[in-house]
Design a binder for this molecule. Structure first.
Ligand code: ADP
Length: 210
């Protein structure tokens, strides 16, 4: 039986008197490239935090890859989060580690870490066009290259769902475009569902499904 990868069913999230999300329903299918667009304070981070179960719903149901997130028990949450690829400036690169080690640490935190680790790291770096930079430290890279390393790190765990949280805010237009095109290719090639969160209508361009 077919089931969408992410389902929000009448989700409401309140913080004390503040209603951050009111009665939200949507479905995201496998391989869709979806943008969440809204000005600051619209509720984008809250939505992401609900998907990751960093916040609890006030009411409604959330299903991710067939698993109910709103009723999920605490002990299942780490595994749930490991299945999601998160690309966010809030989870930046460690400055005192090489590009290679930054990605290795992400892989070590997942259950699928194995002896093919080196191969995987070089592969994801190749996907973002930075295989040659594996020995570099974050400070030796441009802003755009750092963003691509964040993307490579998110992809290294082979997520079914990739969530890119304002990845392009600090980047110039050409790099935004590069990242978006790279995401678009991934979606086509691997059927990864991609959620791209932004306050900037400009980045939406012609690339999104919804
Ligand atoms: P966005 O990511 O679109 O900028 P947020 O999801 O951060 O928006 O915030 C949505 C609304 O919920 C805002 O009005 C914000 O003040 C409120 N909010 C978010 N997190 C909290 C919190 N932990 N406590 C109280 N209010 C919050």
């Amino acid at each position: 039986e077919y089931m969408a990868q992410i389902i929000f069913d009448h989700v409401t999230k309140k913080f004390k008197n503040e209603t951050a999300l009111h009665d939200i329903s949507f479905e995201i299918d496998k391989g869709e490239f979806v943008f969440f667009i809204g000005k600051s304070g619209a509720g984008k981070s809250t939505l992401l935090n609900l998907i990751m179960k960093q916040e609890e719903v006030t009411s409604g149901k959330i299903t991710v890859e067939g698993r109910r997130v709103d009723t999920m028990t605490r002990n299942k949450v780490p595994e749930h989060r490991r299945r999601l690829g998160i690309m966010s400036p809030e989870v930046g690169l460690l400055k005192d580690r090489s590009v290679y080690d930054n990605i290795k640490l992400a892989l070590l935190a997942t259950e699928n870490a194995d002896d093919r680790m080196r191969e995987k790291i070089i592969k994801v770096l190749g996907l973002v066009g930075l295989a040659k930079k594996y020995k570099s430290y974050p400070d030796e890279l441009s802003g755009g290259e750092q963003a691509r390393i964040l993307l490579a790190r998110a992809l290294s765990v082979q997520p079914e769902i990739l969530i890119a949280d304002e990845p392009t805010t600090a980047l110039d237009v050409t790099i935004q475009d590069q990242i978006l095109r790279q995401l678009r290719e991934l979606e086509k090639e691997y059927g990864t569902s991609i959620i791209f969160i932004t306050h900037d209508l400009g980045v939406v361009a012609e690339l999104c499904d919804r």
